[in-house]
Ligand binder design. Sequence first.
Ligand code: NAP
Length: 279
Amino acid sequence: MATIIDGKALSEKIRAEVAEEIARSALKPHLAVVLVGDDPASHTYVGMKEKACRAAGVLSSVHKLNLDVTQAELMALIADLNHDEFVHGILVQLPLPRHLDQMAVFGAIRPEKDVDGFHPQNVGLLNLGLPGALVPCTPAGVMEMLKSISYTLKGKHVVVVGRSNVVGKPMSTLALLAGATVTITHRYTENLAVYTRQADVLIVAVGKRDLITADMVKPGAVVIDVGTNKVGNKLVGDVDFAGLQEVASHLTPVPGGVGPMTIALLIKNTLQAAKMQHG
Ligand code: NAP
């Protein structure tokens, strides 16, 4: 039976550590969240982030913009937040409406305030293995989960399913930097199971329920399920959780796995951003 990696408990531990560091310091980290439109899921996520900020002693402000906001108006808000010395982190809640240029928005955020780690400078620093990068929260959270089970990636085969800029690519980079041999798979990968069966660590970030079944996993593998899918009122991941419990050595649940870790790492990144800006 697989050991379940409890992301909720681990995230609480990380958030408590951040709260303690903030309480001991003179820093007043402040996260500004930009929320465009009225997507209910985005509002829920932003609410969760605000709550987590409050609990950790991080100030937060939410800047709500109408769905029909122009690119110029959004860029003007980003410029204001870039210049505001009391704001240390800027997060633009995704998804943005189609008429807005997401990459231009990421590129406009001051790299030191880019707590999502999506600015090309942070992406570049991470890929070069240089210090000072703000690392995307979800893959950074996955690394913390592996650390929590004392898993050493050096020499191991990590297979990442999904190649997005938000999860798959930075996840692969972090695993590579940690000394793993990395295979990245995606929509056009033929015979996905051929690759997933070779994984010592299988990280799935697609958004397709039951994409990974027990027969696609090597016995004893560590399986990290990043995916989230709504089934009625329930949230499920990308892997057949019940089936994989018989095969994997460690497994993350959905909900209560990677999701809470993403928020914990956002809080941690906001503290890191504040520290970088205050030297
Ligand atoms: P995304 O941008 O839609 O990327 C999905 C990736 O999956 C793409 O690279 C796509 O390949 C690949 N893919 C699609 N169908 C596939 C298939 N049949 N086999 C293999 N790969 C396939 O999504 P994302 O932002 O990376 O998020 C992925 C999932 O993680 C979503 O469910 C999202 O909700 C969840 N997520 C969770 C958290 C959290 O905190 N828990 C955070 C972020 C994301 P192509 O590139 O070839 O199209």
